[in-house]
Each structure stands twice: as structure tokens, then as C-alpha cells.
Write a protein that binds this ligand. Structure first.
Ligand code: PGD
Length: 821
């Protein structure tokens, strides 16, 4: 892939993608054409938007026949054809379905049959009555903490059909807020708790020093566990892809790019970068080794540390070894991270003698003791003294949603509210348990009601949850330690899921409601999480397939049964809500000195673009703070960068000390007692968004022998007798999966890589511990929290072994719909 030129691949590659998928048969299947009959009459081409970008959809006789990117997209995602296929795929949920044992035996009956696919089709009325009566029964029987409504996930773009807000709106207005919520996310849980202590902001979702400044000023660009070429394809709102021309521009300068990662990722290949194949989970050690060299060679910036940071003097004895007898020298670090000591010292000198941008991804905080990684990165950047200088310092979001793309002078859309939010800290919660848990603790909560848990300085009790309601997420993909999760789910009495795809989460539910996809309804969204450079009318492409309904209408009907319909809908229909959001945003226009069209004109045009002011092309993160730390203090207790945090010291956690520290993870390569010889890298996929689109024909462009690919180094493959294309079994004490071997020297020895998001597909029988026939890597990962501080997920922490699978491998069975009963 090296040598890829984004300005040239752009639309061509998508069309090529379309051809590739077309070659697999992009023609609508027979059942779609039958289902499309009721959509007849909608013809022509409409504009809409998605996590993958803005695009046009062509409809012929009510059937969606073509997809092509918006001309304003500089680098359309090759995944676009998968979107069209997701609407038509055999894994589409067509009707309301109820698990047979639940229907016949009542809530909680035969929980071990969850996941077995034995469903009965019911009418919408039956299904909605059942959901409403379960909501009432569980809250009346178990009180306000009986229902879990912390449903997390990447749902679809759109300000109205935000199914998670809609679900909580139903619970707030229909159940008086009596549900357990969740805080944080699976992406950045550790950083978004530690960074406010260190920098006074979340950091991970903030604007970066913008790309034009980086292209012009940065001499050494370091991607530390970051792969922007792959991950900027998608965004939380609608992807703009504005970073791609800048990546190309940086490449054209010929300046130095270093990628620190166990695999030579797509970004390393694109830049033909210097690759530092670090041992996974040892980045803090490498950073300490670099920091020690800076100190030892008197290369650190004492003036910066004095003026802009607090607590370096308390960290220093740890760095030098004065406090624990272990100097964190390059040699010490090398032993742990397997980067040669000379190279560590060279990196220190290179960073210090050049304008260096340390751009980090998030996987290094999505692991045991993940809080330490970004804290140490900030400490290292502080010692280099370039924070707040053009092109220097650190950035935690260049790889996400096109962070660092200059921001437009835009109006910003509001969205549907959740109707009030759960009442955290209310009196009734203190006895019953926490009103909200850190999101990745859901399984621990279900398995341990009443147990104390720590979180960012507070101790609370896990509530006793009996019912879970999930919309817009796939926890049977995103959560760790799958078998422990299956065990927890068996404790629940009732599980309700809305989705448009038969994900494992839907298969493990009792009541499954078919939601519309984002392409079967109208909505509105900003384009570009950071650039906000347009607003797109997300126009309905086709009528809802089969019996799919909008989450909004489903929840309105449930609220009707709970006596809260009017409060829920406020008497407005879909287009009235959308117009309301637009009109509210339009009120910002005069203050911004811009004019925007009236709603009808906007809707007709389909997209409204905004100018990027010149000053926004010069933005330097922490430039103001650097100019005047007294007038522009950080939001930390000292107003400075906290290398030592007295607040964290007061919490007294032994798994999160008050300054950045190398802490052994629960398991790692080279770690004491490491039981298995391979680290499993679980990076994000190239041709899916988490688990989304795994059920589409796109899979046929990457699956190996029908399974999720597993990268393995040729040396390891030879030792294990594995060749390219073999079906392999990867296993540890937590679980076992099948995968397809991809032998490549792009991955370092002793590390194998299986992307997260492969659909969980336990072999027939489905008992706990069953072989997963497709390759959901979260069968192998640990389910513990990062530490008492953030309680984030450890999705990248896993050691395992691998072997060639002998015998007849069971075929994956998850990419179709269960029988209609
Ligand atoms: P998605 O596959 O995006 O995964 O976890 P997340 O749950 O977000 O699931 C979204 C689901 O929502 C899909 O099933 C989709 O069909 C459904 N959906 C979309 N639109 C709608 C709608 O309008 N209505 C309804 N009802 N449903 C809808 C992702 C999570 O995984 C994240 S964010 C991260 S960063 C983590 N990454 C890793 C990792 O790197 N490594 C491991 N091992 N594990 C991870 N897990 C986390």
C-alpha cells in the first residue's frame, strides 16, 4: 500500500470498491425486490450522510441500486458499497421476534437458550405490549435500579434518530428516570478520566493543532499507536475526510514520519515511515526510557517544566530511580519494550533537536493501566518543551474523525434530548446502588450486585439489574471476555434489543424489534466532527424494508403504553423535529456573521457548506496557554500541566499512583508468568466500522477461508506449521476462536492481529466456552477495568496461543437471519 496518493484514489477507489462488491453480486436479492414493492414510487437520486461520509443514493422503482460519493469528499471510504448492502443483506431483521422460551415460559425462562436462535415472529402490537409490561413489571418489582439503560454503541448518524437518546427519553419520561445509566465510552475511557486531572480537559475529543500548521512546521511526525489512514474513514457525525489531503501534503514534504506500533500499519505503509515494532503494552516503558535519556543528557526543557507544569520534581526521583532503586534508563526500557537502547537514545535526541509532534492513538489507553500511557506521553512532551508551539507537542485525536482538520465558521445543530437524564446521586439511589456505572463495568455489575466499586475518587455499589435494553450498539462485539458476558446475560430476566441487523446482541435478546436503518428515514447532521464544514440533509433513500420501524416511533408507542406519548413526541413528527433543529441552529448565524437559507431551501439543496476562516487554519493547541499561563490557565487545580496530581494522590489507589508510572499489566509478552506465547492485537478493522457492515458482502473482500483474518509473522507461522489461508484456532483460558491465517511480515513476531468487530458466532450447542466459528476477538480479551481510577475497558489486553485447525471447521452461521418460528 505504500505510495498511495489520496488525492488520486478518492472517488476512483470507491467506484472500484463498488465494482469489487458489484462483482460479488450487488444486484438486489429476490426478497428485497419483493419487499421493495411497497416502496414503489420513490425514484431518482437523493443525498444523505453516514459515519462513512456524505453520498448520493440512486433509487429505481423503490429499490436502492447505486451509491456514489459526494463530490465534496476528498477521499471517500472504500466501505460505501457495504452501506447499501447492509440495508439489503440476509442478516436484516425483518419482523418483531421473541425468544420462544421467553414467550412460552415468561421472563427469565431457560436463559441458556439465549443465542440459540429459537425465535417466534409476533405482531408489532404484541411485541410492544410485551416490552411495556416488562418495563413496568421490572421497575415495580425491583425498584429504580432494576433496568439497565446505559446502552452504548455507535448507532447511526443523525440528530433526531439518535436511538440511545430516544431510549433514555422513553425511560426518563415514561418511567420517571428509574433506570441505571452508564458514563464514558469504550473508545477513550481511561484518557477521558485521567486527562482532566492532567490537562484540565478531556483532550481526546478536542481540536488539535491544525494540519496546515503541522504540514508547515512539524519536522518529525510520530504516530504512536495511531493509524489515521485507516481510522479517519469514519466519524461520529458524518465523516468529511478532510485529513487525507493533509496526510498527502505531509508526505510530499518528505519530512520524517515514525510509527511506533507492533504492526506496520496502513499509515506506516502510506508514508513508508520508520517503523518501531514495539512489544505491545510496553509504551510507558519506552516513553520513560526516552525521558530518562533527555534528563541524563540534559536535553530536557527546564524552563518549560518550571513555567507550565507542576510536580516534575516529584516525578524525577522515580525517573532517576532514586525513589525505587530502578533508574528508567534506555537499557531498562529496552529490556521491557524490545526497542534497542541505542534507538531509544536516538529517538530522544531526534525529538529534542526537531519540532516534534507526538500524535497518539487510543489503543494504548484501552489496556490494563491504560491511564498511564497518555499521562506519560504528556510528561514526555512537557520535557521536550514544545507544547503550544506550532507543530510541536502532542495530540490525541489526529487519527479520529479527522481531528486537526481546520474548523469552519458553521452553525451547530442541536439534537433530540434524553428527557432529563437519570437522577445521579438521588436519595433512592444510595441504598439501591449506583445510578450510573462506568460503561465497561456492565458485566461486572450484573455478576456482582451489591459489590463496591471505585471510580475516580468515589466508591459506590453495583445495583442489582434484572433487565437490559440495548439500542444502537453491539455489546456482544464491543465488550471483553465474551464467555463471562454470556454467563452474565444468563442472569438477566429480560433483554430487549432494537437493531436492523441480526447481530449476536440481537440473538442473545428475548425481544427483538426491527429498527429502520438510517437510509429509511429522514434526518439531519453536521459534516465533520472537527471541521463542521457542512450540514447535510439525511434524506430517506427508500421506504422501510419489511416491518422495520423508526426507533422514534417504537419508543413513542411504548410511551403511549406508559402514559407519556405526548411528553415524548411533543406533538411533533419527523420533519417538524428536523426543521426545529435547523431553525435553532440558524439562530446562531447572525452572531457568526453569516447568512443561511430558510429550512425548505436547505432541504431542497440537500447540503449547506461553510467557509473556513483563515485564523482557524492557523490554530495551535495550547498556543494561548503558552503565551500567557496566568491569563489562560488550564482547568487543573494548579492551572498547569500536572505531572504529579495531588487529587489522584488523595484517592490512594494502588493501581493508579499520583505520577505516570510503568505498571505491569495483568498479562503481557515477556511479563512474569506469561502463560501464552502470543499477544493478540485487536486493532480496528479496515473495512468495517466496529461490527457494522460485517454482515455485508464487503466481508468477502477481506475474510480468509470464510473467517476473520489473523495476521501472523512468517517466522511464527513456520514454527506453528501454518500457511497463508489456513483456518487457525486461537485460544486461551477465556475462549477460543477460528480465524483465517494471513502470513505477513507487516506484523512483528510473537504478535498476532485479529481486528475487533467480527461477529460472534458460537458453534452449534452454544455452551459457555464454545468455539467461535467466525472470529470475535473479544472471546480472548480480559474483562477487568483499567484501574480504580477510570474503570475503562482493556480491549487490547490478551495473550493467547494459535494452532492450525485440523478437521472440518464448522461453517459460520451468523450472517443470515434465524428462522421465523
Ligand atoms: P458497532 O458495531 O458500531 O459497535 O462498539 P459498538 O457497539 O459501537 O454497533 C452498533 C450497532 O448499532 C450495530 O449493530 C448497528 O446495526 C446498530 N445500529 C445502527 N444504527 C441504528 C439505529 O438507528 N437504531 C438501532 N436500533 N440500531 C442501530 C464499538 C466499541 O468497541 C468501541 S467504540 C471501541 S473504540 C472499542 N474498540 C475495541 C478494540 O479496539 N478492541 C477490542 N478488543 N474491543 C473493542 N471494543 C470497543
Amino acid at each position: 500500500m505504500s505510495g498511495k496518493d489520496f488525492t488520486q484514489i478518492s472517488r476512483r477507489s470507491v467506484l472500484k470498491g463498488a465494482t469489487a462488491v458489484g462483482a460479488l453480486g450487488v444486484l438486489a436479492p429476490a426478497w428485497l425486490r419483493a419487499g421493495a414493492a411497497h416502496a414503489a414510487g420513490m425514484d431518482g437520486e437523493v443525498i444523505t450522510g453516514s459515519h462513512w461520509g456524505v453520498f448520493y443514493a440512486k433509487v429505481d422503482g423503490g429499490t436502492w441500486t447505486e451509491i456514489r460519493p459526494w463530490e465534496g469528499d476528498p477521499a471517500p471510504s472504500h466501505q460505501l458499497p457495504g452501506i447499501m448492502d447492509s440495508v439489503m443483506s440476509p442478516s436484516r431483521i425483518k419482523y418483531p421476534m421473541v425468544r420462544r422460551a421467553f414467550l412460552e415460559g415468561g421472563a427469565g425462562a431457560s436463559p441458556e437458550t439465549r443465542g440459540a436462535g429459537d425465535f417466534v415472529r409476533v405482531s408489532w402490537d404484541e411485541a410492544l405490549d410485551l416490552v411495556a409490561s416488562e418495563l413496568k413489571r421490572v421497575s415495580e418489582t425491583y425498584g429504580p435500579t432494576g433496568i439497565f439503560g446505559g446502552s452504548y454503541g455507535w448507532k447511526s448518524s443523525g440528530k433526531l434518530h439518535n436511538c440511545q437518546n430516544l431510549m433514555r427519553r422513553m425511560m426518563n419520561l415514561g418511567l420517571n428516570g428509574a433506570f441505571v445509566n452508564a458514563s464514558g465510552d469504550y473508545s477513550t475511557a481511561a484518557s477521558q478520566i485521567i486527562m482532566p486531572h492532567v490537562m484540565g480537559t478531556l483532550e481526546v475529543y478536542e481540536q488539535q493543532t491544525v494540519w496546515p500548521v503541522v504540514v508547515e512546521n512539524t519536522d518529525v511526525l510520530v504516530f504512536w499507536a495511531a493509524d489515521p489512514v485507516r481510522t479517519n474513514q469514519i466519524a461520529w457525525t458524518v465523516a468529511d475526510h478532510d485529513n487525507y489531503p493533509y496526510l498527502q501534503a505531509f508526505k510530499d514534504t518528505g519530512k520524517k514520519v515514525i510509527v511506533i506500533d507492533p504492526w506496520r500499519n496502513e499509515t506506516a505503509q502510506f508514508f513508508d515511515a520508520e517503523w518501531v515494532p514495539i512489544r505491545p503494552h510496553t509504551d510507558v516503558a519506552l516513553m520513560l526510557g526516552i525521558a530518562h535519556t533527555l534528563y541524563e543528557e540534559d536535553l530536557h526543557d527546564s524552563d518549560f517544566l518550571d513555567e507550565y507544569t507542576s510536580g516534575f520534581e516529584d516525578f524525577l526521583p522515580y525517573l532517576t530511580g532514586e525513589s525505587d532503586g530502578t533508574p528508567k534508563t534506555a537499557e531498562w526500557a529496552s529490556e521491557i519494550c524490545e526497542v534497542p537502547a541505542d534507538q531509544i537514545r536516538d529517538l530522544a535526541r531526534l525529538f529534542q533537536s526537531n519540532r516534534t509532534m507526538l500524535s497518539s492513538g487510543w489503543s494504548i489507553q484501552r489496556q490494563h493501566h491504560g491511564e498511564q500511557s497518555h499521562w506519560m506521553l504528556v510528561t514526555l512532551a512537557s520535557m521536550l518543551g514544545q507544547i503550544g508551539l506550532p507543530g510541536g507537542g502532542f495530540g490525541l485525536s489526529y487519527h479520529y474523525a479527522n481531528g486537526g482538520a481546520p474548523s469552519a465558521n458553521s452553525i451547530v445543530l442541536p439534537g433530540i434530548g434524553d428527557g432529563g437524564g437519570a437522577v445521579e446521586g438521588a436519595a433512592w439511589m444510595t441504598d439501591a446502588g449506583a445510578a450510573s456505572i462506568p460503561v465497561s463495568r456492565v458485566v461486572e455489575m450484573i455478576l456482582n450486585p451489591g459489590k463496591d466499586f471505585n471510580f475516580n475518587g468515589k466508591t459506590q455499589k453495583f445495583p442489582d439489574v434484572k433487565m437490559a435494553y440495548w439500542v444502537g450498539g453491539n455489546p456482544f462485539s464491543h465488550h471483553q471476555d465474551r464467555n463471562q458476558m454470556v454467563e452474565a446475560w444468563q442472569k438477566l430476566e429480560t433483554v430487549v434489543v432494537h437493531d436492523f441487523q441480526w447481530t449476536a446482541t440481537a440473538r442473545f435478546a428475548d425481544i427483538v424489534l426491527p429498527a429502520t436503518s438510517a437510509y429509511e428515514r429522514n434526518d439531519i447532521e453536521n459534516v465533520g466532527d472537527y471541521s463542521a464544514r457542512a450540514i447535510v440533509a439525511m434524506k430517506k433513500v427508500i421506504d422501510p424494508m419489511f416491518e422495520a420501524r423508526n426507533d422514534f416511533d417504537i419508543f413513542a408507542d411504548i410511551c403511549e403504553r406508559l402514559g407519556a406519548r405526548d411528553a415524548f413526541t411533543e406533538g411533533k413528527d419527523e420533519m417538524a423535529w428536523i426543521k426545529g433543529f435547523y431553525d435553532a441552529a440558524a439562530e446562531q448565524a447572525p452572531a457568526r456573521g453569516i447568512e443561511v437559507p430558510a429550512f425548505d431551501a436547505f432541504w431542497e439543496a440537500g447540503i449547506l457548506e461553510f467557509e473556513i476562516p483563515e485564523e482557524n487554519r492557523q490554530f495551535v493547541r495550547y498556543g494561548d496557554f503558552r503565551d500567557d499561563p496566568l491569563l489562560e490557565p488550564l482547568g487543573t487545580p494548579t492551572g498547569l500541566i500536572e505531572i504529579y496530581s495531588k487529587n489522584i494522590e488523595k484517592m490512594g489507589y494502588d493501581d493508579c499512583p499520583p505520577h505516570p508510572t510503568w505498571m505491569e499489566p495483568v498479562e503481557r509478552l515477556g511479563g512474569e508468568g506469561a502463560k501464552y506465547p502470543f499477544h493478540v492485537d485487536t486493532a480496528h478493522p479496515s473495512s468495517r466500522l466496529h461490527s457494522q457492515l460485517c454482515g455485508t458482502k464487503l466481508r468477502e473482500t477481506y475474510a480468509i477461508s470464510g473467517r476473520e483474518p489473523c495476521m501472523i509473522n512468517p517466522v511464527d507461522a513456520e514454527a506453528k506449521g501454518i500457511v497463508d489461508g489456513d483456518i487457525v484456532r486461537i485460544f486461551n483460558d477465556r475462549g477460543q476462536i477460528l480465524a483465517g491465517a494471513m502470513v505477513t511480515d507487516a506484523i512483528r513476531p510473537n504478535v498476532i492481529r485479529v481486528a475487533e468487530g467480527g461477529w460472534y458466532d458460537p458453534a452449534p450447542g452454544g455452551e459457555i466456552g464454545a468455539l467461535d466459528t467466525y472470529g470475535d476477538v473479544n472471546n480472548l480479551t480480559v474483562g477487568i477495568g483499567t484501574s480504580s481510577l477510570a474503570q475503562g475497558n482493556c480491549g487490547h489486553t490478551a495473550l493467547a496461543d494459535i494452532e492450525k485447525y485440523e478437521g472440518d471447521a464448522p461453517a459460520p452461521d451468523v450472517f443470515s437471519a434465524p428462522a421465523e418460528g
